[in-house]
Design a protein. Sequence first.
Length: 113
Amino acid sequence: MNPLDLKNMFKQAQEMQGKMGELQAELATKRFEASSGGGMVTAVATGALKIVDIRIEESVFGQGDRSLIEDLIAAAVNAALATAQQHVQSHMQQQMQGLGIPGLGGPPQDGGS
């Protein structure tokens, strides 16, 4: 392998590491909200895939159905995490396209098969 190619490869790796750090910090500040039960339960997740808030309408407690409340919470949390994860993946692909490294967010490479 040409030493110049190796130098460029290390440079790209450093750039990618820097961009990933910036991206992780940026995404950790973003909030993604999802609801279940027609808005009876709302969960908020960060781009770091952590739940930071759960809001439950008072009317849910009046129903007295523990199983329903648990299901609504789980559904809202899962939806918030899925939304956050989709955004993170999309954002990472966009950022990695600029580095020009095959397989990191760019169009699929033709493997000749």
